[in-house]
Design a protein around this ligand. Structure first.
Ligand code: NCD
Length: 330
């Protein structure tokens, strides 16, 4: 395991003289947003800006030519899986996509550690999405090569939180002192968990908007308050809409409910529509990690404050920056 400055031994053994081993990411796992100091965030955002310029000017580069990424997804994904693939390919690397584990030896009962140890024979870096909290850490403990957590159950989704934070900075020009409402499934939404942790570094005022059964876990509310930050829990988005700089909307995570009758009670609990947006500030960012299943009406898509399509494009730039940094080429 390595997440705190020391590259994994394999990275040191195979380092090239041209590799940047001092970028704070080289040869490391990316498991949690807790690993990201303000300096590391600034660094990754700077590299992501460069990646955007590169993509707009040239489309691709050969920085990671010869490198192979294994994209191992035990849960469905459109954006995360394809943006990691696009990121690798645009930097000249190649991808082994395993997004249907039913067709791999996982369906024969192979364990996560053995699957990881197999893939690292073939790849230089592994991106993992898994339904269990802590799975990415387990994979990282077994792997000699870097693991990137692309979502571990209801735990964390660090690369999403990085792209979310990057998007907020781009949309609003700052990160300090923002009023942020997290709306929807705050209990099971891993993107909310990771982004709340990251935003807690800044002087953020939080509004947590959800039905009672989907409230943010108590320990997370306590974590925010322990930093001296304002954390207000409300049920109705109308109470906060006119105040906030960021409205971060999420889907109710149907797959996490053991009782679907409970899901039915809350699934249609809110919709952001043009009427609601009339009450919002003229300069604010409406965000969503996507997929949406009714929480934001299509009629809002043309609103200049609707940032969710820009947000998903930013995901590719952030993931290009992370891959290049971990593989020592940034
Ligand atoms: C999110 C996820 O998988 O946690 N999607 C994503 O990565 N953009 C959000 C969700 O599934 O609701």
């Amino acid at each position: 395991m390595s997440q705190n400055g020391t590259p994994k031994p394999h990275a040191l053994r195979t380092a090239q003289p041209s590799d940047n081993m001092n970028n704070g990411f080289f040869g490391q796992d990316i498991i949690s947003v807790r690993q990201f100091s303000p300096e590391k965030l600034t660094y990754i955002f700077g590299v992501a800006d460069e990646m955007e310029t590169l993509v707009r000017r040239f489309g691709s580069a050969d920085m990671l030519s010869g490198k192979v990424l294994a994209n191992l997804f035990y849960e469905p994904s459109t954006r995360t899986a394809s943006s990691f693939m696009a990121a690798m390919v645009r930097l000249g690397g190649r991808v082994i996509p395993i997004n249907e584990v039913h067709y791999s030896s996982v369906s024969k009962g192979e364990s996560l550690p053995d699957t990881i140890r197999t893939l690292e024979c073939y790849a230089d870096i592994i991106v993992l999405r898994h339904p269990e909290v802590g799975a990415a850490q387990i994979a990282a403990d077994y792997a000699a090569k870097p693991i990137i957590n692309a979502g571990d159950g209801i735990g964390e989704h660090p690369t999403q939180a990085l792209l979310d934070l990057y998007t907020i900075r781009k949309e609003l020009g700052r990160l300090d002192g923002l009023k942020v409402a997290m709306v929807g499934d705050l209990k099971y939404g891993r993107t909310v968990h990771s982004l709340t942790r990251l935003l807690s570094r800044y002087n953020t005022e939080f509004y947590f908007v959800s039905p009672p059964i989907l409230r943010l876990p108590e320990d997370m509310v306590a974590e925010v308050k322990a930093r001296g930050l304002k954390a207000v829990e409300v049920e109705d988005v109308h109470e906060v809409i006119s105040d906030v700089d960021v409205l971060y909307v999420t889907r109710v995570q149907k797959e996490r409910f053991s009782d679907l009758a409970l899901y039915d009670q809350v699934k249609d609990y809110y919709t952001v529509d043009p009427e609601l947006m009339k009450m919002a500030k003229p300069k604010m960012a409406l965000m969503h990690p996507l997929p949406r299943v009714g929480e934001i009406s299509y009629a809002v898509d043309q609103d200049p404050r609707a940032a969710y399509f820009r947000q998903m494009e930013n995901g590719m730039f952030i993931r290009m920056a992370l891959l290049a940094a971990v593989l020592g080429k940034a």
